[in-house]
Design a binder for this molecule. Structure first.
Ligand SMILES: Nc1ncnc2c1ncn2[C@@H]1O[C@H](COP(=O)(O)OP(=O)(O)O)[C@@H](O)[C@H]1O
Ligand SMILES: O=P(O)(O)OC[C@H]1O[C@](O)(COP(=O)(O)O)[C@@H](O)[C@@H]1O
Ligand SMILES: [Mg+2]
Length: 547
């Protein structure tokens, strides 16, 4: 079956924008010849047509400004691109969210494919774009800034691009940075962001006032989950004021915790840079008698950097991440495993993500929650804590003398420039963002879905965090690479097997589960918390059978 364009019947089929006349509809169910249904995201849940797919579309300026004029895309006059056959993205092109299907499955959710359109909704010399970077640092920020500027200026002939200083709060300050291809020429070789960044300080009304006062009509917002929530609020306010301003979010997070997209920029660089710390830990531990190297890596709620760095290195004996429960004492606990490693190999390396075991730390410190300016919970140093616990264990309960070195490379990893593959990734991301804004899309985030750049509604990006699925094959690969304990005792596994009520679950069922449904860290030796046993029996064993 040929996928159909998500236009309403009676709409101009030549229109560059699917559903251009709709007020706010962003989700279409595209079916076969028997028809299709369009609906507002906020309205009702609609069952997709048996043979159709759901197009989770992004808003367009014409949804609230229906009579905007269009212009021929200036790229067609650019010698670099005019020779490329089929350079423009077809209006029907969509990208499937899931590429693994089972016989009889519905075709699932699709996103609009990113790329240049035949028509644009801005005259190049009328574009006044701004770029802002928010939240924590991440390798590649400067590359994205560079490629946004070069994409706007070199591909579309835009002359007015400004940088907002120091994150969202920079919208309220007088000073901005004028950005030209010359200014940004070398910045991709530097870590950090030339624009500066910050946490907190988001005031939607004041930001949109500033956008209006300055005559800005394209806003590129680079940042993580918090930033994208802020971008969504800015878009809503701009829509409410009826402004012809495209708002485009570019997901940034070293933690790789943004959902839907394949991975976030800077992640590859972070994994690569983490190897240096792991190597150092390995050298130190190998060179001492009963040497233990502990490396803390970033990852507040998602342990992707720790997991991939461990898999890449092969020198790591134990990887602890926020998504996995672990405990210290007793059979199957961490101390027992450390003793075993030292006995067998004379040394060991532990990688721990910063958000791992936080519940265990809270128990130790009885701390109250403190937050940063953006409202993110401030975490205690788990690396230091676990290092002390291991030292205490060996001095109090064994005769083994250990040498433990704790390495915290987190900010060093975050501050490096992006590597080659991240640079290419950042280029595609930035160019896709520019194409989308020029084509009049707004209220969208850009990112790769199954290898294809796509336009994704803000809602999908901010509704949950991407997490390591510990029942997935990737975590199983890690466990088999490190041989670390799963921190699940056999008694619990047997209980799970006996539970016939719960059918096998598909991996995608888990992708849609939030952290609240994942097991809480185990606090006591040798047993799982009771709510874990009751809520998700079979969580660990059964899914692996399904792969
Ligand atoms: N729910 C929210 N609504 C509006 N703005 C937000 C929200 N959460 C965070 N922000 C703003 O986004 C910016 C970055 O958020 P932060 O959580 O620090 O980093 P990140 O975007 O990398 O997750 C901050 O300026 C913060 O004020
Ligand atoms: O010390 P900071 O700058 O607040 O940043 C610490 C946090 O920033 C991160 O690197 C990334 O967080 P964001 O994506 O929210 O910016 C986390 O891994 C880490 O916990
Ligand atoms: Mg964040």
């Amino acid at each position: 079956m040929e996928p159909q364009v998500s236009l309403r019947l009676g709409e101009n089929i030549d229109s560059e924008v699917a559903g251009a006349s709709r007020a706010s509809s962003v989700v279409d169910v595209v079916g076969n010849s028997s028809g299709r249904i369009s609906f507002d995201r906020d309205d009702i849940a609609v069952e997709p047509h048996e043979a159709g797919y759901i197009l989770e579309d992004v808003p367009h300026l014409t949804h609230y400004m229906p009579h905007l004029p269009t212009y021929a895309n200036p790229i067609r006059f650019n010698p670099a691109y005019s020779v490329v056959k089929q350079y423009f993205v077809h209006v029907d092109d969509t990208v499937a969210e899931k590429v693994i299907c089972h016989k009889g499955d519905p075709r699932g959710t699709h996103f609009r494919r990113a790329g240049p359109r035949q028509k644009v909704y801005f005259k190049s010399d009328e574009v006044h774009a701004c770029i802002v970077t928010c939240g924590g640092l991440c390798p590649g920020l400067n590359t994205v800034v560079r490629e946004l500027v070069c994409g706007l200026c070199n591909m579309y002939g835009v002359h007015k691009v400004i940088g907002i200083n120091g994150g969202y709060r920079g919208f309220y300050s007088k000073n901005t940075i004028s950005l030209t291809p010359k200014v940004v020429n070398d910045i991709h070789k530097r870590g950090g962001t030339i624009l500066g960044t910050s946490r907190g300080g988001h005031n939607t009304k004041k930001i949109v006032d500033s956008i209006e006062d300055r005559g800005i009509n394209q806003v590129y917002i680079i940042g993580g989950d918090g930033t994208q929530k802020g971008a969504a609020a800015i878009y809503e306010e701009i829509k409410a004021r009826g402004l012809q301003v495209s708002v485009c979010g570019i997901p940034k997070t070293i933690d790789n915790d943004v959902p839907v997209i394949d991975k976030s920029f800077g992640f590859d660089t972070a994994v690569e840079e983490a190897q240096r710390a792991i190597n150092a830990a390995h050298v130190e531990s190998e060179s001492a008698e009963n040497g233990i190297g502990v490396v803390k890596l970033m990852g507040r709620y998602s342990g992707f950097i720790a997991m991939y760095a461990t898999l890449a290195s092969r020198d790591v004996d134990c990887c602890l991440i926020p998504e996995t429960p672990f405990y210290l004492d007793g059979p199957g606990g961490l101390f027992e495993y450390v003793e075993k490693c030292l006995k067998e190999n004379g040394h060991m390396v532990i990688v721990i993500a910063e958000g791992a075991g936080q519940e265990l730390l809270s128990e130790s410190f009885h701390s109250t929650d403190t937050k940063d300016a953006s409202g993110n919970k401030l975490l205690r140093d788990v690396g230091l804590w676990i290092s002390q616990k291991i030292k205490e264990h060996f001095s109090r309960h064994t005769k083994v003398k250990i040498t433990l070195k704790y390495i915290d490379p987190t900010y060093m990893i975050r501050a490096v420039p992006s590597n080659a593959s991240d640079n290419v990734y950042c280029t595609l991301l930035a160019q896709s963002a520019v194409h989308g804004a020029m084509a009049g899309y707004t209220g969208f985030t850009v990112g790769p879905v199954n290898g294809r750049q796509s336009y994704i509604p803000f809602q999908r990006i901010i509704e949950k965090q991407n997490k390591v699925i510990i029942t997935d094959r990737m975590w199983a690969r890690l466990l088999s690479s490190t041989n670390q304990p799963s921190f699940i005792n056999t008694k619990d596994e047997t209980e799970d097997e006996e539970d016939e009520e719960h059918p096998l679950l598909h991996e995608n069922d888990y992708c849609s589960l939030s952290s609240s449904t994942m097991p809480a860290p185990i606090c006591r030796a040798g047993s799982l918390p009771s709510q874990h046993k009751k809520k998700k029996p079979g969580l660990f064993k059964k899914l692996s059978i399904n792969k």
